[in-house]
Every structure is written in C-alpha cells, then in structure tokens.
Design a protein around this ligand. Structure first.
Ligand SMILES: [Zn+2]
Length: 68
C-alpha cells in the first residue's frame, strides 16, 4: 500500500541571480578604460564583451594592492 506524503516538502529555493561586477579602482587607467569599454558593450548588448571587461578588470594587478 502506498501512502501519500504526510510531510511538507521544503520549497525549492533558486539562487538569486545577482550581478556582481567589479568596480573600477579610482586613479587606475586600465580600470577607467575597461569601464568605458564595458559601457559601450552594454549599449550594444554585447554580453560577452561586458564579461571580458569584467574579467580583465578583476584580474589586472594594482600596484597598491587595492581591490574594489
Ligand atoms: Zn585597475
């Protein structure tokens, strides 16, 4: 004999899709340029271009070690 589930199942929680984009570091020319390019990519709906700028902005070194 099968019995119906007599307990409540937890609701399925989907992870919130939060876009965490790197913030350009003040005074960094590379960040400033990437920020400009990123805005352009966004305007042209070039998602991979936006991602490429984000990756580069995150990964290029800063002399003072300051991270956004
Ligand atoms: Zn930078």
């Amino acid at each position: 004999m099968t019995s119906p589930t007599d307990y409540e199942t937890a609701p399925v929680e989907l992870p919130m899709r939060v876009t965490l984009e790197p913030v350009p570091v003040e005074g960094c020319d590379v960040c400033a340029e990437l920020d400009k390019q990123r805005s352009h990519h966004r305007l042209t709906r070039d998602g991979s271009g936006v991602t490429a700028c984000n990756v580069e902005m995150r990964s290029h070194p800063h002399a003072d070690g300051k991270r956004p």
